[in-house]
Write a protein that binds this ligand. Structure first.
Ligand SMILES: C[S@@+](CC[C@H](N)C(=O)[O-])C[C@H]1O[C@@H](n2cnc3c(N)ncnc32)[C@H](O)[C@@H]1O
Length: 396
């Protein structure tokens, strides 16, 4: 493909990503993969170049652009070499006319940044959109962090994450045979801190209420040396189905999965009411802490979608609380830096649940900042995904 044809392809992919963002369609990575499947003539160099154009544009533009061309023009305005490729050649983009609309640059519209937790400083925008490193977590059932250091010597230990090993972005770690043998998982440091904050121990009965594909379930199994009984639940069959094969690979033998029907969660968990030593509520959220991995998420967030997440989070925290045994603990977590999903949600929980108390001192030294009754992690402050966590103890 010519460099100009790569730009035109990026424009077409950006059109599809923007439409999907507005309509709640497929994620950007899936759209990119599909577009490349449909263009088998594109070689690996073409793919890399197109991908770079697409994600540079997604990172630069603050909300779903009117067109893919408007997004690429924003980049072209700052890069004469790129602008020269709008040359009208066959398969290339049409020449630029000065009055064409440009997409709006920036982190996010003010209506969205105004919702950030007050701890998130103005200077954090760059870190929120920078490419994330590849974080690994040694699976204690099968390996140690030292093994990861030997396998990937160009990495470094992650401060405060005892099993964490950090590699440059896009390291092909999951292709290593040790991955298939269960030695490690790919998991951002924030998720590793969150799993450790649950304070799970061998012999405990644990519910992971929103287990998804089981990333944190497996971290909890690792931390307890596969010696705790874990019930992993979710309402999404496709996600939950990923867990049993992952658990088998990790050598985690004490995980049971349970698919819940939305609206019937409590009834379907009747046998666990008041019995769990630990409940993890890794609630569905805006994902505003993960923009460095999925920058198009900020194009998707509408007040209505945020409102639905907030309602679900409160309901799931309450469902989780009913499962906790007297004196047991609930860890509430969201991969978001929006105050209404984090600190405000926990303030409201404590008002609804008299007798419950918020723990302190469960994060490693130097990790996170106190945010209301919980803690905020952010890419700018902690070098990991943005996360809010609060550990809450039930009355005895
Ligand atoms: C942030 S994700 C969980 C990620 C997962 N814990 C991990 O570490 O990979 C939130 C999950 O909540 C699930 N969910 C949404 N509504 C739910 C409900 N009513 N009950 C249980 N899970 C729900 C979603 O399907 C999604 O998998």
């Amino acid at each position: 493909m010519t460099p100009a044809a790569r730009i035109q392809t990026a424009i077409e992919i950006l059109d599809a990503i923007a439409a999907a963002a507005r309509e709640g369609g497929a994620p950007a990575d899936a759209i990119f993969a599909e577009a490349m499947r449909a263009r088998r003539y594109a070689g690996s160099k073409d793919r890399r170049a197109i991908r770079a154009h697409v994600y540079d544009a997604v990172r630069a533009v603050r909300s779903a652009p009117p067109s893919g061309r408007a997004a690429m023009l924003l980049l072209a305005d700052a890069d004469p070499g790129l602008a020269a490729l709008f040359d009208g050649s066959s398969y290339g983009p049409a020449p630029i006319s000065p009055d064409e609309p440009r997409a709006e640059p920036g982190l996010a519209p003010p209506a969205l940044t105004d919702l950030f937790d007050p701890l998130v400083g103005e200077g954090e925008g760059e870190a929120m959109l920078a490419r994330a490193p590849l974080d690994l977590r040694a699976n204690r059932i099968a390996a140690k962090r030292d093994d990861l250091a030997a396998l990937f010597p160009d990495g470094e230990a992650i401060a405060g994450a005892s099993d964490g090993w950090r590699l440059p972005p896009e390291t092909a770690a999951a292709q290593h045979p040790a991955y298939a043998e269960g030695a490690f998982e790919v998991q951002d440091a924030a998720s590793q801190y969150a799993a450790a904050a649950l304070d799970a121990a061998p012999g405990m009965a644990i519910v992971d209420l929103c287990a998804g594909g089981g990333g944190k379930t497996l971290a909890i199994a690792s931390l307890t040396g596969d010696a705790a009984a874990i019930l992993a639940c979710d309402t999404n069959r496709a996600r939950l189905q990923q867990l049993p094969p992952r658990a088998a690979r990790a050598g985690a033998t004490r995980i049971e999965t349970r698919l819940l029907n939305p609206g019937q969660e409590s009834a379907m968990l009747a046998d666990w009411q008041g019995r769990a030593d630990r409940v993890f509520v890794d609630a569905p959220c805006s994902g505003s802490g993960t923009w460095r991995r999925s920058p198009e998420l900020r194009w998707r967030l509408t007040p209505a979608r945020l409102g639905r997440h907030i309602a679900d989070q409160a309901r799931l925290a309450d469902i989780g609380a009913d499962l906790v045994a007297p004196g047991g603990k609930l860890l509430y977590a969201v991969c978001s830096i929006i105050a209404r999903e984090g600190r405000d949600q926990v303030d409201d929980f404590l008002k609804r649940h008299p007798g419950w108390s918020a723990d302190t001192g469960y994060l490693p030294e130097g990790v996170g900042r106190a945010a209301g009754h919980g803690f905020l992690l952010s890419p700018g402050h902690d070098g990991c995904d943005g996360f809010f966590l609060a550990r809450l103890t039930a009355p005895c």
